[in-house]
Design a protein around this ligand. Sequence first.
Ligand SMILES: C[S@@+](CC[C@H](N)C(=O)[O-])C[C@H]1O[C@@H](n2cnc3c(N)ncnc32)[C@H](O)[C@@H]1O
Length: 311
Amino acid sequence: MDILHNLRENLPADLPDWPLKRALARFSRDHHGDFDKWSNALENLPDLLNREVDLHDAVSVEGDVDTQKLTDALKLFHPWRKGPFSIAEVLIDTEWRSDFKWQRLENALGDLSGQRILDIGCGNGYFGWRMLGRGAREVVGIDPTLLFCMQHLAIEKYVQKPGNWVLPLGIEEIPNTTQFDWVLSMGVIYHRRDPQAHIEQLAALTRSGGHSIVESIVVEGSESLIPPGRYARMRNVWCVPSIDDLCKWLQRAGFTDVRVLDVSVTTMEEQRSTQWMSFDSLIDTLDPQNPQRTIEGHPAPVRAIVVGEKP
Ligand SMILES: C[S@@+](CC[C@H](N)C(=O)[O-])C[C@H]1O[C@@H](n2cnc3c(N)ncnc32)[C@H](O)[C@@H]1O
């Protein structure tokens, strides 16, 4: 069986100039040395009978399946970062309780009936399923990390609801030829060297009357932090914005009605090592003597969600 058959036959329509062929070509051992392992794991996922899907209150699929076979195949996609997913008796207890972020976000999104959404840096597409559960017509997710695209295919086998894609593409590869009702950039901006340019691209991708959401680690006060080295052990954090700067960048890019929806300290309940992500996690990046600080002495992660409207 060709695991990509479904994706190849059902790519999102109406994305002129998007490099979809290039995206498909990345599902290959030439692109990632672990591709064959993940591809075999997909082939070995057992079928599930009497399927019942809930995307509104969780990402959950009930049904009858060989639990051991399912667990063994899913574990080959370690590390599972975003979730949780519940498939029959198997709870994929991911590093992040992304359902916490969803709760902070969902009221702002409201009823998404008929909406077309772009989720930049979507991970394995967790939020895409939640948005379909809120009525979204389609969610185009992009994320250059092939493992997350493979995890998405594994979950999709059980959810079997069309309209949530995870394509192995980076934001820098996307032309601004299609405008979306909602454009989400969550956990991405601090990895971009030019945050203002990133927000300008979000504006170009948002239709007039649509909205963009930027979610980021932030620092308190008015000054953004430019970490001289790592931030919380992460190598590629260029700028941790202040909330003021984040709002200013959105306004400068032409967004109106810019609002801060939420500011939350990241807790060890929300981000932690589990059986499904056994590497280091938040606790290992904080100063053991003072968990208000990262191991490098920066303020510990606090995250904010900001929304703006495209006039
Ligand atoms: C911190 S995670 C955030 C995942 C998810 N959006 C969330 O909020 O939980 C950042 C994601 O951005 C992806 N990413 C890294 N570089 C990217 C790029 N150039 N374009 C789009 N996504 C990128 C990573 O692979 C990773 O999945």
